[in-house]
Design a protein. Sequence first.
Length: 255
Amino acid sequence: MRTPKPLIILALAALAICAACNPQSPATTTTPTEDFSCPHPGPNTVVVAGDSLNTHWPRYLTLPDGTDVINIAKGAAAFTNPLTGDFSSSISISERLLAELDLRGNDVGAVVVGGGVNDLSRGRGSAPLIAAVSNLDAELAARDIRVIWQPITPWAVSSNLFWDARYDQRLEFNEWLTTPGNVTGTVVDCNRALADPASAAEVMNPAYHTWADLFTQDRYHPNMEGYAMYAACLSPHITSAIETHASAQAPVPAS
């Protein structure tokens, strides 16, 4: 007797969900969790949150065996976007991250958070961005989450070419974020991995430039080589964070 097609489709879908929810090998897998349905709590879990820039570089991470990288970054996401209550489709970085942590009972090894491009590109300025990041940082500290914050990465243009305040606002935000004491999490500045060493202004290395279309240069996103360089810079810091967290969670031997 032939199996009905709907049952075959449901079976294949179930297999796909199981495969997505199980940690994979090698260790540096990126497990999409846009449906927030695959909880794997524990000190070897790393959650990456942010905008479209953070959807790419995690695939190039080099982390210890057994590390499960959960990437909930989403294109168009921003810190200042309004909350929607629909976590799966939300483009609020804070809402997506806190919902993921709720799902996991805050039991993760580390969280990596970046963003800000979309906040500035929508004309919201550095002050609302700083306020939103401060609020998220305070919430993550209250949950005792080990956080790695990322400054906004170099753009392919400088203040001489970018005809509004957004380039300077990026520098203002980065200066605030990297000033000790402004956030409780760890700030890892890997911008030099992407920056043009020949430029006095912090702009993206031309070797990493890409194009939005045949006629328009992409101001924000590097190419795959750029993402790989960025991941190489971040990898040891993420490794240190999860190893420190695991050591803190280890039981103390009886004396």
